[in-house]
Write a protein that binds this ligand. Structure first.
Ligand code: ADP
Ligand code: ASP
Ligand code: MG
Length: 448
């Protein structure tokens, strides 16, 4: 096939990612395959069945705690669940036999971990079984339905750099090679979440990382659209787990979606919007339980002069450094930031005054060392168990009144930090964990 034809074929491709609930039972797998079959020319990215990644983490924990009988029991239970799912999914006896053979192989591989030394590397290998299981079953069901599909091993093209970030050049080059080796199929199916690290070992893109796989692949191909199929009809204007009566937002700008994902909207992996944004590929959030619902379209949307949604990010630590030397001193902030850089700790929010600076972090791993070094620059105070509430929308500074509305909505709640003007899209406020649900509810009732 000439190269130009190949390019055309793959650029018309859509990426369809199905999350844990969307492949959570045999019936749901059947439903998602029907959605894929109606589309054609797609790259399908699957999560593990809901609950499986948690089970695999539980099994790993039992092995680490030397509770081996417990680990074996959990593996037996998981195997039973998969054998039941296979039986319900596949009517063709030879395909069911093939599935059971593969399940025997996978579960005997899983059992072998109970007997050997177990560390971080082994845990990552164990956690990777979830996506292998779901794609194996769905691929056999697609065969049963006579669909033209090919199962691709994500670890052949999903790779991390030595810094642990997705290696976008490697991914781009390798997905193209893999597709060009076997072009012309209607459906390419692969695992979300799993990848290899720069040493060639099995790794993953962190919890919820299948969204990230979909967006990285969409950008690499490059696809026409990235669809994230889940259990809700799009990005809601507030967190539906804590606030009643939330509504889907039909359109979001890439930046708005990126802020919401990063600041706690669980429907999207924190960084999964970025590859789509850089490649300018629209992302749609859709509901497998209600496929006709419009969902949310994320693209270079026009400004709307509206506040669109609220999200909250937990487990935040605020650090304040007060120094009399900060007044009129240049270089002070650099010294502060260098300490966080040295300990590979990203800063989420920052506010300054003449005598000090407050920053927030969500990773306390090196807090002790960071505080010790910051103490050489000034007086350090730490507030733990805080939450960032992030309000997102068309918050360009000339649009009057939005920041006042947000602050006014939260007037009953003590606010530790406010950040506004860093982008045109958000206002972030730092509050106590115990005030989170009240704050989310107040924002919904005042803003929407
Ligand atoms: P999947 O398994 O398909 O990846 P997730 O559980 O990761 O699904 O994400 C979907 C869930 O995200 C929803 O069921 C909902 O509870 C939660 N969620 C949190 N914030 C939002 C929001 N702003 N809009 C929609 N869903 C949200
Ligand atoms: N299965 C993985 C998890 O549960 C990845 C995903 O679902 O996106 O985190
Ligand atoms: Mg998810």
């Amino acid at each position: 096939m000439p190269d130009s034809t190949l390019r055309l074929q793959f650029s018309n491709m859509k990426v369809m990612k199905f999350g844990g609930t969307s492949v959570g039972s045999a019936q749901r797998m059947k439903n998602m395959v029907a959605l894929v079959a109606a589309e054609g020319n797609v790259m399908v990215v699957l999560s593990a069945m809901s609950g499986t990644t948690n089970s695999l983490i539980g099994i790993s924990q039992s092995i680490k705690d030397d509770e081996l009988a417990n680990a074996k029991k959990q593996i037996d239970d998981l195997e039973l669940k998969y054998k039941d799912t296979a039986r319900e999914l596949l009517s063709d006896s030879s395909l069911l036999k093939e599935a059971n053979g593969k399940l025997d192989e996978i579960f005997s591989a899983l059992r072998s971990y109970v007997e050997k030394p177990f560390g971080v590397k082994e845990e990552k290998e164990v956690v990777a079984f979830g996506e292998k299981l779901s794609t194996m079953l769905v691929s056999l069901y697609m065969k049963e339905k006579n669909l033209d599909s090919v199962l691709l091993d994500a670890t052949e093209f999903m790779r991390l750099t030595p810094d642990g970030e997705p290696d976008q050049n490697f991914i781009k080059q390798n997905i193209k090679e893999v597709l060009q080796k076997d072009p012309g199929h209607k459906i390419y199916l692969t695992q979300g979440f799993i990848c290899k690290n720069s040493d060639g070992e099995i790794d993953n893109l962190q919890r919820g990382g299948s969204d990230y796989t979909a967006s990285l692949l969409g950008a690499a191909i490059p696809a026409e659209e990235i669809q994230i199929w889940t259990d809700i009809d799009g990005m809601h204007n507030n967190d539906p787990r804590f606030v009643e009566g939330t509504k889907p937002v039909s359109e979001l700008h890439f930046e708005e979606a990126a802020e919401l994902a990063y600041f706690g909207a669980k429907i999207l992996h924190p960084t999964c919007v970025l590859p789509a944004k850089h490649a300018n590929i629209p992302v749609r959030l859709l509901n497998t339980m209600e496929p006709e619902a419009v969902g949310t379209r994320i693209y270079n949307a026009e400004p709307t002069r509206k506040i669109k949604a609220v999200a909250a990010k937990d487990n935040i630590t605020a650090i304040k450094i007060k120094s009399s030397h900060m007044l009129l001193a240049y270089g002070f902030l650099r010294k502060v930031f260098e300490i966080f850089e040295k300990y590979h700790t990203p800063i989420d929010m920052i506010t300054t005054s003449e005598v000090g600076v407050s920053v927030t972090i969500d990773n306390e791993r090196n807090l002790k060392q960071i505080v010790a070094e910051l103490s050489e620059l000034g007086n350090v105070t730490v507030d733990r168990e805080m939450v960032i509430v992030c309000v997102v929308g068309d918050l360009e500074w000339q649009n009057r009144g939005f920041e006042a509305e947000v602050v006014n909505a939260l007037k009953e709640i003590p606010v530790r930090m406010i950040s506004y003007g860093g982008s045109n899209y958000n206002i972030s406020l730092l509050i106590r964990k115990d005030d989170k649900i009240k704050a989310l509810k107040l924002l919904s009732s005042h803003l929407f």
